[in-house]
Design a protein. Structure first.
Length: 220
């Protein structure tokens, strides 16, 4: 697998609370130079990046990182992000609804956000580290029914990130049209190749370019 084959699957990510405009410009430049699938940045920088970096595929986050915002807040976040120039949205589900077995609320929220997203890409973060296998399977079915484009493992801010067992589980239970994004804790070329080989269309990592440049585990 070539470097470019890997990078074409990478959402080059910087979501730290302390990220400065200089930091964001750096990863945007890298995204264009290395032809990553997208750059995933905080919502507050989407408009600036869209104005400055023409032709860059911009991803941002909704309800991030905890997911317990009211649905109406997520709706407004999504509308604003798209208006500012985002082409992809990574939304966090409400884990409280999952743990309360209120799966109708989870389904409704994803459906509403996907309707707003339209023909742009919606990735649904289910934060696997907090879920049982039964809950993961149920959410695979919900994400599929809601019409989302991707199911995503993790925010990268939880107690653990992507693990291969979850990718295998997803593949068994998502609809054929739903893709998989692994995120969180991807710190080596071997990790990236393994997740792609297992069926992940996207990888969320801040380290891919540094890893492929031979500086394992260091984020730009």
């Amino acid at each position: 697998m070539t470097d470019q084959q890997i990078l074409s699957r990478v959402d080059h990510t910087l979501l730290k609370a302390s990220a400065s405009w200089e930091d964001i410009q750096k990863i945007a430049e890298q995204g264009l130079t290395y032809k990553t699938a997208s750059v995933c940045i905080p919502p507050s920088y989407v408009k600036q990046v869209s104005n400055v970096f023409k032709g860059l595929n911009i991803c941002t986050v909704i309800g991030f990182p905890l997911g317990y915002n009211e649905k109406e807040v997520k709706i407004r976040e999504a509308e604003h992000a798209l208006a500012c120039g985002a082409s992809e949205l990574d939304m966090v589900i409400n884990l409280g609804h999952v743990k309360s077995q209120d799966f109708d609320a989870v389904l409704d929220e994803i459906k509403v956000i996907k309707k707003i997203t339209g023909n742009k890409i919606l990735k649904v973060i289910i934060e696997t580290c907090y879920l049982t296998d039964e809950e993961k399977i149920r959410l695979c079915k919900i994400v599929s029914e809601a019409g989302a484009d991707f199911i995503k493992t993790s925010t990268g801010f939880g107690s653990a990130g992507a693990v291969m067992e979850d990718i295998i589980l997803f593949k068994e239970h998502i609809a054929p049209n739903v893709k998989i994004k692994a995120a969180g804790g991807i710190k080596s070329r071997e990790d990236m190749e393994a997740f792609i080989t297992a069926g992940c269309e996207r990888l969320g990592t801040s380290s891919a370019i540094a890893i492929l440049a031979g500086k394992e585990g260091k984020s730009y």
